[in-house]
Design a protein around this ligand. Structure first.
Ligand SMILES: [Mg+2]
Length: 235
């Protein structure tokens, strides 16, 4: 589609926008418990355990110094919440979980690399803004070999300001020498990406499954099921 060029910069979220884990949290939990010959019985279903794991991860992330430390803190909490004596067991589970997660890696969604290449070729400045701890996010960025596609990369843990705080977006804009009104932010989280970018004065593109209802009053400029669909509206 051809359209009037209104943006100088296209900025992206990383997790679940450009990249995904081929093995879900539930999958990693299942493999971890199987390898350690532990029963999932005290935790109810693997799905319940995985969803609590993901919630605790986000809740505890800002107080952790590293990804390994965070993973251990999450497992300690999960075990004590079930009245299980935590320490040695938490260390074993967290270490195995980390090994399984690493072994299964992280991948780019199909067409992502081509999209970044084509956007650059079309003259857009490109930025990446990802929440999370510095060591874990940089490990992902390096394993995906995507850093060279961007003019600036900001990891929240490095600057100690997390989306949806508008200051996180301001840090990236500043590094790019870009202005909010001519930047489009593409992300999958309505709360972190759409609301945060909107509060910082950027236009937004919300990556969500077709038919997902709008959870709030802020209406993104674009909404589509895959980040690569951004090419249909700006290239
Ligand atoms: Mg995301």
């Amino acid at each position: 589609m051809t359209g009037q060029r209104t943006f100088s910069h296209i900025l992206f979220d990383l997790d679940h926008t450009l990249s995904y884990y081929p093995l879900s949290t539930a999958g990693v939990v299942a493999v971890t418990f199987d390898r350690l010959r532990l029963s999932l019985e005290p935790f109810g279903s693997v799905r319940d355990l995985a969803s609590r794991y993901d919630a605790l991860w986000v809740a505890l992330e800002r107080d952790a110094g590293s990804t390994d430390e965070l993973r251990l803190a999450v497992w300690r909490r999960l075990l004590t919440e079930r009245g299980l004596s935590a320490d040695g067991l938490a260390v074993r589970i967290a270490a195995k979980y980390g090994a399984v997660r690493r072994a299964n890696g992280v991948r780019l969604f199909d067409g992502t690399r081509e999209l970044l290449f084509d956007l650059r070729a079309a003259g857009y400045g490109l930025g990446l803004l990802t929440n999370g701890l510095a060591d874990g996010q940089w490990e992902k960025i390096r394993s995906l070999h995507i850093e060279h596609h961007f003019d600036a990369v900001v990891v929240a843990g490095d600057v100690d300001v997390y989306k949806p705080d508008p200051r996180a977006f301001a840090v990236l804009l500043d590094r790019l020498g870009a202005r909010a009104p001519t930047a489009l932010f593409v992300g999958d989280s309505y709360e972190m990406d759409v609301l945060g970018a909107h509060a910082a004065g950027l236009a937004t593109a919300w990556v969500r499954p077709e038919g997902t209802p709008l959870p709030g009053n802020v209406v993104p400029l674009f909404a589509f099921p895959r980040a690569v669909d951004v090419r249909e509206v700006i290239l």
